[in-house]
Design a protein around this ligand. Structure first.
Ligand code: DOR
Ligand code: ZN
Length: 432
């Protein structure tokens, strides 16, 4: 099986490539990337041809932070539906968080997810193992066993590891195993009962707030532990300006800290909560304008290394309730590209920088083989039209869940095709 992608603007940050190139994939791997029109002759016999004129051709996106609710909450998302949602968003590799039921804290759950993904998943599914057993924050999981089973990092995401002694030991083990700890940075004593950012808006709405200090203190604590224990820290879904500054200072000191921002945190502020739409409720919450600006600045100067969606599907029964009662989280895989392209539109990032944060940077941080269009690598790629305008319709999401605050938004940037190992796993319905 051969696929020739012709005439596109190929952007492959890992290889510093940006220009008109043709890409040939054969038997699932990248066979050649050559100047447009240079690939000719029998090498192209029987190739399926995709004309990518006026489109961007890039390595498939990598999302290091998704929640596919299988096992345990399949009514919200399954590994299969999550993969379909990923493919529709241009993602060819995702890493699933361990807050499933049972929790991903032992080899058998990892293997179950891997085999389900192989059987029914259309994109690459990587697994993140729990730091503590049952995400209870009491005893460490068997991190060595999880590493053997193939996890790419450890996290108790959804919750922080509150006990600093436990976190210190987790750093020591993770260091031995060569994997990062991904922290959901939140001091629970400061956020308990809260449902949105603490500030003027929460006061006006009469909703209990979650202050930014809850995040900042935890980021500082972890940097401090990391400094002594060693290992690597990856801060999940950074949302406060002060936390961005803490990461910036830690990086300046040469500490192995990385972090990610989610599209909703660089697109919306707590002003969006005024309509009491529970699809504006997530953890960490939408923050103030100054935080949003600090996140954009952090993306620009690479303090924030990558973009990750925190795709958190929830059913209507979890969301059509009072604001304070609703589940935290929104789906993100199918809106990440157009929201990221807004950063290009407003000149926060160049298009290659934006693509880098969705491809080669996450690959480098997590030691993945994916994330480039190098010859010999799996032919995982996305073809998108950066100019196409449309209105986001959550009802058409491939995800089982529709909990998005971006429903009805007019945006630009549409995925046309997504390929995994040379196979088309998604094509925009408007472009058969
Ligand atoms: O909003 C969130 N939803 N934040 C988290 O940390 C967990 C996630 C979920 O699992 O729903
Ligand atoms: Zn999460």
């Amino acid at each position: 099986m051969k696929v020739l992608i012709k005439n596109g603007r190929v952007i492959d940050p890992a290889n510093r490539l940006d220009g008109k190139f043709d890409v040939l994939a054969e038997k699932g791997v990248i066979k050649a990337v050559e100047k447009a029109g240079k690939l000719t002759g029998s090498a192209l016999d029987h190739a399926t041809v995709i004309d990518a004129r006026d489109k961007i051709v890039a390595p498939g996106f990598i999302d290091m932070h998704v929640h596919f609710r299988e096992p345990g909450f399949e009514y919200k998302e399954t590994i299969q539906s999550g993969c379909e949602s990923a493919a529709a968003g241009g993602f060819t590799t995702v890493a699933v968080m361990p807050n499933t039921k049972p929790v991903i804290d032992n080899r058998s759950v990892v293997e179950m997810i891997q085999s389900t993904a192989r059987a029914r998943g259309s994109v690459n599914v990587l697994v993140i193992g729990a730091i503590t057993q049952g995400l209870k924050g009491e005893k460490l999981s068997d991190m060595a066993e999880l590493k053997e089973a193939g996890v790419v990092g450890f996290s108790d995401d959804g919750r922080p590891v509150m006990n600093p002694e436990l976190m210190r030991r987790a750093f020591e083990y993770a260091k031995m195993l060569g994997l990062p700890l991904i922290q959901h940075s939140e001091v629970l004593d400061l956020t308990r009962g809260g449902c949105m950012n603490e500030g003027i808006v929460s006061t006006e709405l009469g909703l209990r707030g979650m202050p930014t200090e809850a995040e900042d203190i935890m980021v500082y604590r972890d940097i401090s532990l990391l400094d002594r224990a060693g290992g690597r820290l990856h801060v999940a879904h950074i949302s406060s300006g002060e936390s961005v500054e803490l990461v910036r200072m830690a990086k300046a000191r040469g500490l192995p800290v990385t972090c990610e921002a989610a599209p909703h945190h660089f697109t919306l502020t707590d002003e969006a909560v005024r309509g009491y739409d529970t699809n504006t409720k997530m953890s960490p919450p939408l923050r103030a304008q100054k935080d949003l600006e600090a996140i954009r600045e952090g993306l620009k100067d690479s303090t924030i290394d990558i973009i990750a969606t925190d795709h958190a599907p929830h059913d209507l029964v979890d969301k059509e309730v009072e604001y304070s009662e609703a589940c935290f989280g929104i789906v993100g895989l199918e809106t990440a590209l157009p929201l990221t392209l807004r950063l290009v539109e407003d000149k926060t990032l160049s298009l290659p920088q934006a693509i880098e944060k969705l491809t080669s940077r996450p690959a480098r941080i997590f030691g993945l083989a994916q994330g480039s269009l190098s010859v010999g690598k799996d032919a995982d790629l996305v073809i998108f039209d950066p100019q196409e305008e449309y209105t986001i319709d959550a009802a058409r999401f491939k995800s089982k869940s529709k909990n998005s605050p971006f429903h009805g938004w007019k945006v630009k940037g549409k995925v046309v095709h997504t390929l995994v190992r040379g196979k088309i796993v998604f094509s925009s319905p408007d472009r058969p």
